[in-house]
Structure formats: C-alpha cells, structure tokens
Design a protein around this ligand. Sequence first.
Ligand code: HEM
Length: 418
Amino acid sequence: GNHPGPHGRFRGMEPMEIMGALLTPEGRDDPYPLYEAAHAFGTVVDVSEGFAMASGYEVVNRVLRDPAFGVWDHELRARTWPSELVERPSIKSMERSVLNSNTPEHGRMRALISSVFTPRRVGMLEPAIEAAVETLLDRLADEGAGGAPVDFMDRFGYRLPVAVICDLLGIPESDRETFRKLATQLAAVLDFIDLADALDLADAAGTELESYFGALVAERRRRPADDLTSALIAACDADEARLDEVELLANLTLLLIAGFETTANLFGNGVRLLFEYPEVADDLRLGTVRYAGFAEEVLRYDSPVQMTSRVALTEGLMVGGLPTPEGTEVALLIGAANRDPRRYEEPSRFDPRRTDINPLSFGAGAHFCVGSVLARTEAAIGFPRLLERFPALASAGEPRRNDRLVLRGYASLPVTVA
Ligand code: HEM
C-alpha cells in the first residue's frame, strides 16, 4: 500500500500472531502498532478456521449494519460455548439484554428501551449532570489544593458517569460506591482477558446486581418514581408483557455496565491526550478548537471500546471479498477502523480540527449505542468545566492503564489541579 508500514517489530506478523499479540499485556497497553500491522493485510483477513479479523473502516461499518451478521446471543452460545461458561451467573446476567440478542428479540427490546431512553430524557438530566460536575470539581479543588496530586479517574472520571447512570436508573446516593465496584467486576465479561480469574468476581457481582435490581423493580412497581427504571416497568406492564422479568433485569444491568466504564474512559483518555497535546488544551480554552470536535477526536483516536464481533448467521456471506461461511466469527477492530489510512488522512495524528470524523466508537446499525447522546452530553459539560475551573491542570506522574483490550482506559491518572 501507499501508507506507512507498521512498526518494524510487527512487520511480517501473520494475522494469527497479530490477534495473539493483542491479547498480551504489551498489546493491550498499546494495540495501535498491531492495528497498523493488520491494515497491511487489507480491510479484512482470515485468522483461522471460522475466524476473521476486520480492521478497515468501511468493512467494519458494513458488517455492523448487516442484519445477516448477528451478535453472540444465547442460542449461538448454547450451541458453541462450553456449558460451564454459558451457565456462569456473570454470563447469564446480561445474555437476555439487547446487546446479546438478535432479530426478533432485539427489535422488540430495543424499541422499548429507545422509547424511554429519549434525547428528551437525557436533556432533562442536563441540570443534574451540571450539578454533579460542580460537586466533583469542588472536591477536586479541595483535595488538590497546594498542588497535592489526585487521581483523576477515581475522583472524576469514574464518579461522574456512575452518578449520572444512577440518577437515571433511580439508584440512591448511598448505594453508588457499591455499584461502581460491582459494575467494574461484572464488566470483565465484556473483555477477553484472564477470564478465569476475573469470572469468579464477575459471577458474584452479577448475582448481587441481579438481586439488587430485582428489589428495585419490586419497589418501583409499588411506588413508581420519575426514573428510567419506573418508565421501563410501566412500558413493560402496559398492555401485554413486552419484556419478561429476566429481560428487564438483564437490560437494567446492561445499562449500568455499558454506561459507566465506557464514559469514564472517554474522560480519562481525553485528559491524557490533553497532557500529551497541551496546545490543544490552550486552543480549547481560547475557543479556537471546539469541545465537540475534541470529544469526537478522542473517541476516534483512543476509543473507549476497541472491539466487538459478529457471527455470520447464514451461508453465502462475503465480507470485503472474503467468504465467511455460516458460523464464522468476524472480530471487528473498532480501534483499528478509527485509524484506517483509507478513511483518515494521517490517522495516527491527534487533530481535533478534523472534519467528518464519525468514528465507529459507538458502533453502527441495529446495536448502535443507546447512550451516545448521554455520553456526548457528559463530555460536552465535563471537559469545558474541568478546563475552565483548573487552568493549571497537569499530569502528576505516569498513568496506569486498566489492562483491558476491549474497554480501553486508565485505572488511575494522577493529576494536579493547582
Ligand atoms: C452499545 C460504545 C456509553 C448503553 C454500544 C456499542 C458500542 C458502545 C461500541 C455497540 C456494541 C456492538 O454493536 O457490539 C459506547 C461508548 C460509550 C458508551 C464508547 C461512551 C463513551 C453508553 C452509555 C450507555 C450505553 C452512557 C447507557 C447509559 C449502551 C447500550 C448498548 C450499547 C444499552 C446496546 C445497544 C443494543 O444492543 O441495541 N455502546 N457506549 N452506552 N451502549 Fe454504549
């Protein structure tokens, strides 16, 4: 091709080796040279029998939008996964959610969730988001007074999305710390790594969340409140039961998990990029770069969700010229697609002035992220307030990655604010 080749170390790597390297600690820490190596094979390539890897923007976009490719729903899992795995409480906890369902279940559930998770409801949340941001910034100012280092992830990155999603679902303030812990533990099932270790914790978290949400649903059935949980219940109980009880709990759990670590990572990855590109922070404060463009470029350049996958549901399908027989899994490397040299000029340059960014970070097609408006709203309020409030915001040491591949972000990010 006419784009710069991959980093010397990875040149000549076979697709199988690239996939394997992505799962190593080094690959998780910095997958981007491996994505470049994947681009060298074209937009999609066979990795092994029944497994392909797509790294091109157009191909990933097209597979996500093609109903002939499905997600790993409970039927597919039951047929192909070991039963010990399928039966684990952590796996079961979300297997009836929208994210793990195909037609027709998906359409029915998605319509119901979309009917309550409206831009209007998100708009109504704005004052609450602003208040939560101010509270967190006040505390950051106190704790960081005199240049004391504070952990941005712990004090802001994670706290804001947790507060917002808990507000939305109607989870009281006193339960939020527990929720954050359980959500992090259960989110391990969205990743591929070290599942053996993480699964025990995830199982316990899944079980605990299920009983918590079960109690919350019972309580809101008796006394509805002005929250999304009550709205979902009302929609379910309206005429015929449009979500059964298992589906209701699975989707509440999903909303918590999907809405929290992803948004936290948008904040963390963004702040880290501001430290790497201080001129961007200056331009944002001066108003010569727009915050909306900045957030989109953070999403593209270092996406909080790096990968998903789809399975060919019928025979005779092709992906970018590659035959994918029924049952073939296609790994969709969102993080690579967002840096496809065929789609973006100088893809490895962080440039919030780009136009037509449109990253695939929220997915596309039927499963396009339900929370994209909410996440963008949190960013649109959080980043400007943070930069205005703390002109001296600076890095205070090496950040630590969270050692995940799919949900890419920082476990800790030390900063000073004064
Ligand atoms: C789906 C990313 C925030 C709820 C998705 C998907 C992606 C994604 C890539 C599609 C997965 C696939 O097709 O396999 C993100 C990112 C976020 C974010 C990068 C933040 C920066 C949120 C928030 C919520 C949320 C705040 C809710 C409060 C969901 C749900 C789905 C989903 C329910 C499943 C939709 C379906 O299957 O129909 N998200 N998300 N997300 N997201 Fe998000």
